[in-house]
Design a protein around this ligand. Structure first.
Ligand code: PGA
Length: 263
């Protein structure tokens, strides 16, 4: 990385969504491990976010073979245990060495009714178990056209961090993911992505304080590929990338890693 990010390490995250069963996960992560070189992660943290049923398999592989990626999850309950059929607790994830948990991905918000209030309580649950939330925010196409991007981001961010201590906010990751860019093949322009990331950091500065604003990492996500990753990563306000489709294949994920590592 050529430019300074005030000490923030770039974070490249692969969100597999509902792809790869545990056998496919084993092959993918083994392939990734065989191709990765120590230099690839000299300046970049890498997380993979498989489906829940893959996590134990990926954990054993990564630990057993020393593959330099950390484990992430895509969601969790805001409760530690109890009668919540179908849910997975943050405690269970922490026991499997999960370090990052996506919270409030737009698919969870749109398809599974996650509200700003459950995003906030889930962030607290993730923090309670010593993991790092990656809180996803982003505007819809209609909101962008109506000039409501910043208002939407503000509502989502302030709702998510309500009641947190400044150090907790500083330790989080935000992912700016405009809904129209997710899975569409049309990413935000690097300038628009950087503007939104800078806006979010500015909000943290004004609402929480300068120190958490300096520390918090802000990723961009939405149709990231090896072709656009370097341009995104060379924006000083973009501290990482959250990649869906292009993270499913070891070669294409590694191409993105090498594109950003070489910026
Ligand atoms: P995409 O997904 O890279 O396939 O657009 C990104 C995401 O939803 O996190």
């Amino acid at each position: 990385m050529s430019h300074e990010r005030d000490g923030r390490r770039f974070l490249l995250s692969g969100n597999w969504k509902m792809h790869h069963d545990h056998i496919e996960a084993l092959h993918m992560v083994r392939d990734l491990g065989l191709r990765m070189k120590p230099d690839d992660v000299a300046d970049v943290d890498v997380s993979v976010h498989p489906p829940f049923t893959d996590i134990r398999t990926v954990q054993s592989l990564v630990e057993g073979e020393g593959i330099p990626v950390v484990l992430g999850a895509q969601h969790c309950s805001d409760q530690d245990r109890g009668p919540f059929t179908g849910e997975v607790s943050p405690q269970m994830l922490a026991r499997l060495a999960v370090r990052y948990v996506l919270v409030g991905h737009s698919e969870r918000r749109q398809l599974f009714g996650m509200t700003d209030a459950t995003v906030a309580s889930t962030i607290k649950a993730v923090l309670r178990h010593g993991m790092t939330p990656i809180c996803c925010v982003g505007e819809s196409a209609d909101e962008r056209v109506a000039g409501r991007t910043e208002a939407r981001l503000r509502d989502q961010l302030l709702g998510a961090i309500e009641g947190l201590e400044p150090e907790q906010v500083g330790g989080m990751v935000l992912a700016y993911e405009p809904l129209w860019a997710i899975g569409s093949g049309t990413p935000a322009t690097p300038v628009d992505a950087a503007d939104a990331c800078a806006y979010l950091r500015g909000l943290v500065a004004s609402e929480v304080g300068p120190e958490p604003a300096r520390a918090i990492r802000v990723q961009y996500g939405g149709s990231v590929t090896a072709d656009n990753a370097a341009e995104m990563a060379s924006e000083p306000d973009v501290d990482g990338l959250l990649v869906g489709g292009a993270s499913l294949d070891a070669a294409s994920f590694l191409d993105i890693l090498r594109a950003v590592a070489g910026c």
